[in-house]
Structure formats: C-alpha cells, structure tokens
Design a protein around this ligand. Structure first.
Ligand SMILES: [Fe+2]
Ligand SMILES: [Fe+2]
Length: 266
C-alpha cells in the first residue's frame, strides 16, 4: 500500500502495486469518490487489507460510505469488501450479477445490500449520475467500467492499465514509451482473446468508450490520465487486436522440447 493522493475534485486514490516478475510493477488502485453519497470503486488487495482499511477510514467515516462499486470479482478488487460492509452499515455493493455469483464463491454478501447493473445501466447516487459500460479489455465476464457524468471521470477497471518500472501518480510523471509498452502488455495479458476478435467490432467498443469524452481516465492499474492523453490511450487501445498474442515467460519451451525429441514440425 502506498500513500493516498487525489486525482480530481472529491476524488481520492488508494494506491498499491504488485510486482510482476521480469516486467515491473503493476499499479493497483481503488478510488474513493466523495459527494452527497460517497462511493468506493473496488476494495484493494487481500495482502493490503489492514493498511487499505486504515487509509480508507482516514478519508471517509464508515457511517457516511454509501456505495462500494465492485468492477469485477478478481482478488485485487475485493480484498477488503466484506470487512468494509461490516464496518459501514449503510453501504451497498454495486456490481454485475455475474460478478455477484462469482463473489459468492468466497464471500457471503446479503442480497439486500447489493444493486446489480449491466453495461448500459444508469443510476444516480446523490448529486452524481453514473453510466455503466463494458470496457474494451477485461479478464472477468462481469466486468464493468463506470462513468461519472458530474466530473467526466471514467473508472475503467483493469482496462487501460499498464506495468511500469516504477509506479507514478500521474501519467505525466511516466516515460511515455515505458507507459505504452506496459499498456500493450497488460491489455493483452488480461485479454488474450483480443488476438481473436475482429478489428471492427473491437474498434466499435473503443469508439463507444471514446464518445463519452472523458476528462479523466482512471484504470485500476494505471496512473491518472487526463486531457489529450485520454485520446492517446483510446488510439493505443484500438491497436491492441492488431498486435501478436502476448504470453508470459515459461520454464518449458514447447518448441525446444519437441526439437529435443525430433518431433518438431519445423
Ligand atoms: Fe481483473
Ligand atoms: Fe485487476
């Protein structure tokens, strides 16, 4: 867990980082959006539980927290979920029904404390209007991004993330080349199926996200992105399906094994 910082008005980042061998550090951020009805977007990693909750409750009174949006069920988004619900009696979970089913494999969440939404759903939380959508890349079928119309902030879940030699708070503090190299890796790593999709279909999704004209793009796995750089990330995302499949390192090289047995097709 790293020091919290702000990414915009009434918008706090609860940052951490996950070392990825041979690649660098993957940022892992949850976000607290204050307002008439404060909302937490994702809930940290299990390894950070104590520090995450200490940071969260220093930013918002448990009695005031109204919403916990869980963009999907992965562990790096759900670390403190049930402990937060126990501590904040007025808070409800917003998530997709598929994510809720998958969460129930590990957590017992009372149904009356959940609101389920789909891509295309809209809801108001106090002075904010939210639209939910499917981000272009994702690694769990219930994944949702959230768009806050009041401030023009897009919370994109895993999508639009990166891996960096050193995590930074704002994209302006990263080397552009390093940011986009990490971007190309992370977005393919979480969505290996992008190598299989038709470019036009993928581009339509990216155009839909781009049409929101977000002033600020906040990935769970990236620094704060604002202004013209939002468009640069949309362009970079459009190129993802045209890139070759990305695979992590492996101790066993299949081609070498086949060669050793004289069975390679080469
Ligand atoms: Fe994920
Ligand atoms: Fe994630």
């Amino acid at each position: 867990m790293l020091e919290t910082y702000t990414a915009g008005p009434e918008l706090h980042v609860l940052p951490s980082e996950l070392p990825i061998p041979d690649l660098g550090l993957q940022p892992v951020n949850a976000y607290l959006l204050r307002g008439e009805e404060p909302m937490l977007v994702d809930s940290g990693m299990p390894v950070d539980r104590a520090a995450f909750e200490e940071a969260l409750w220093s930013l918002v009174d448990p009695e005031d927290l109204r919403w916990v949006a869980i963009t999907h069920d992965d562990r790096d988004h759900t670390g403190s979920l049930t402990r937060i619900l126990d501590r904040a009696p007025g808070a409800k979970v917003i998530t997709n029904a598929i994510s809720l089913t998958r969460l129930s494999e590990e957590f017992r969440i009372p149904r009356e404390r959940v609101v389920t939404v789909n891509p295309g759903s809209r809801m108001s939380i106090g002075d904010r209007r939210l639209t939910f959508l499917r981000p272009p890349t994702f690694d769990s079928p219930g994944t949702l991004a959230l768009f806050d119309h009041k401030d023009g902030t897009l919370f994109s879940s895993d999508s639009f993330g990166t891996v960096l030699p050193k995590t930074v708070q704002h994209i302006g503090d990263a080397q552009v080349k390093e940011f986009f190299e990490g971007f190309d890796i992370l977005n393919r790593a979480i969505s290996p199926w992008t190598a299989l999709v038709a470019d036009q279909k993928f581009h339509r999704t990216v155009r839909g996200v781009s049409s929101l004209s977000a002033a600020r793009l906040l990935s769970a796995h990236g620094p704060t992105v604002e202004g013209a750089m939002v468009d640069a990330l949309m362009e970079a995302m459009s190129r993802i399906p045209s890139l070759p499949q990305w695979l992590p390192g492996a101790d066993i090289d299949l081609e070498a094994v086949l060669d050793a047995h004289g069975a390679s097709s080469a």
